[in-house]
Design a protein around this ligand. Structure first.
Ligand code: AHR
Length: 335
């Protein structure tokens, strides 16, 4: 597949223009900052688990600084309890807007209710939440980021098209993202939706690699070992992010196999490291997931403070990058 499957221009906002009940004024901070006062934003980041996350943090920090906003940034080191603590501290500090990227989907009910009671608007960046009861949309003003299910579908479609195996059996191993996180759940669901029409693609092993290189390597080592002991051949690795794929590439090489040839690899994110691996012939395709959400967050914060209506979903449009376009595309990559 030679062409890049660009779905549209970068970061095209829109979909549902669903306002919160009474949106504008209701989402406006309790006391809108005066013109001479800096807007204060509390951002509770997940951690620094991947090249993607580092680029996301950089995008948020640099965009906020360029807009002259006061950013209170917290790194939760991939622990939900730390993110909740950070959000509570933002509430106490009476920041103007709280933004966060939820490490897992569930367990946010109480803290979101506290933010709502304090009349501080909440913006979800990158990942969605699920509540144990009630409508999550009542607790955030907008959710900006990618469609993870679509990414899983794109990875599966690319693979079927690339392999051209008809009904021949294909053994797939899967490195899942953080257990309970929106991207891990949705990327698996999207993949399965496509593969239900291709039952010869069988996931023979699946485990979390927590979105990190180190875990990706460790889990791939155990996949290779157990597949060998069971006399199974691994044809494909589907990794929910590039970092885990890059870790797995090391494990495959250490096992004396050729990544990208003996085992076909498709992963998600489109970070520079993945492009380098594709150019080296070790990775076959990366599905794009853009971390560059900072500029959009700045716009949303400005609109919120101004009492404007905000779209409930701001969707990031992205492409698919097979290895044969990697060398041409690498110079254009921003993360
Ligand atoms: O939520 C986005 C995911 O989180 C990225 O795919 C992954 O690399 C990151 O850690």
């Amino acid at each position: 597949m030679k062409k890049i499957l660009k779905v549209g221009a970068l970061l095209v906002a829109t979909t549902l223009m669903v306002a919160l009940g009474g949106c504008g004024s209701k989402d406006k901070p309790a006391e809108a900052p005066k013109a001479d006062k800096k807007i204060v934003v509390g951002f509770a980041q997940i951690g620094a688990e991947s090249e993607w996350r580092t680029a996301n943090t950089e995008s948020i920090k640099s965009s906020m600084a360029a807009a002259g906003m006061d950013l209170k940034f917290s790194d939760a080191q991939q622990k939900q309890e730390n993110q909740i603590k950070a959000i509570r501290s933002f509430i106490q500090q009476k920041v103007d807007v709280i933004a966060f990227s939820p490490v897992v989907e569930t367990g946010w009910d109480a803290v979101l209710q506290e933010a709502k009671a304090a009349k501080i608007p909440v913006v979800l960046t990158d990942r969605a939440v699920k509540l144990s009861s009630g409508n999550p949309e009542d607790f955030y003003v907008t959710f900006m980021g990618s469609d993870f299910k679509e990414e899983g579908k794109r990875a599966a479609k690319w693979l079927v098209d690339f392999m051209k195996k008809g009904s021949e059996p294909v053994n797939v191993v899967e490195l899942q993202g953080t257990t309970g996180s929106a991207p891990a759940i949705d990327r698996k669901t999207g993949w399965e939706e496509v593969m239900k029409d291709h039952p010869n693609y069988k996931i023979i092993k699946s485990q979390t690699g927590d979105f990190t290189r180190a875990k990706g390597k460790e889990v791939m080592e155990s996949f290779l070992k157990s597949a060998k002991a069971e006399g199974q051949k691994i044809d494909v690795l589907y990794a929910h992010n590039d970092d885990m794929a890059i870790g797995a590439i090391q494990a495959i090489e250490e096992a004396g196999l050729k990544p990208g040839k003996d085992i076909i690899i498709v992963s998600i994110d489109g970070v520079k490291g993945a492009f380098e691996a594709m150019i080296a012939g070790k990775l076959n395709c990366s599905v794009e997931c853009s971390p560059l959400l900072g500029p959009q967050l700045v716009e949303v914060v400005k609109d919120l403070v101004a009492g404007k209506q905000i779209p409930k979903r701001i969707l990031t449009n992205e492409g698919v990058f097979p290895a044969d376009v990697a060398a041409k595309e690498l110079p254009n990559r921003k993360y």
